[in-house]
Design a protein around this ligand. Sequence first.
Ligand code: APR
Length: 164
Amino acid sequence: MRVIQGDITDMNTDAIVNAANSSLMGGGGVDGAIHRRAGPMLAEYCRPLAPCPTGQARITPGFGLAARWIIHTVGPIWRGGEHDEAALLVQCYTNCLHLCAPHDIHSIAFPAISTGAYRFPKKRAAEIAVETCRSFLSRFGLEVDLHFVCFDRAQYDIYASLLS
Ligand code: APR
């Protein structure tokens, strides 16, 4: 597992993960950037896959992206921490990783799911991301190159300190 600072749409991993909303029709942040780079075919492909409940994941081709696959997952909206937000965020990472083996995905890039528009506290979200992925990889013996891609330096530093 490693952390890098940059734009997830530049990653040429087998899969990149999208921080989507349940409509899967695109939006701002990561979702907007991925739909822009993938092109209009992506929304067409996603239409019958929607709605995607919070915590669940859906896989599509990467279309115009370098990545072969996009795994769309819907993170929880932060409502103060008493509405199963942490458990739902764990489900996002777990459900994305469950899609790797069946699709022969050996490298994957995750954004910091839910930490933008969905306002999940960044440090807590990073702890959940690292811990959930670490235990999944060891429990299932999954051979996958996992990258956390952070847009800004502050987020990068949070992940770097957790991974060191
Ligand atoms: N590459 C990597 N990380 C990015 C990028 C990018 N191109 N753009 C934004 N980020 C970072 C943000 O800085 C934030 O830390 O991804 C994290 C997630 O932020 P959002 O994209 O706002 O996602 P989220 O908080 O899960 O909210 C999802 O926002 O864009 C809409 O349609 C989306 O309704 C959904 C909601």
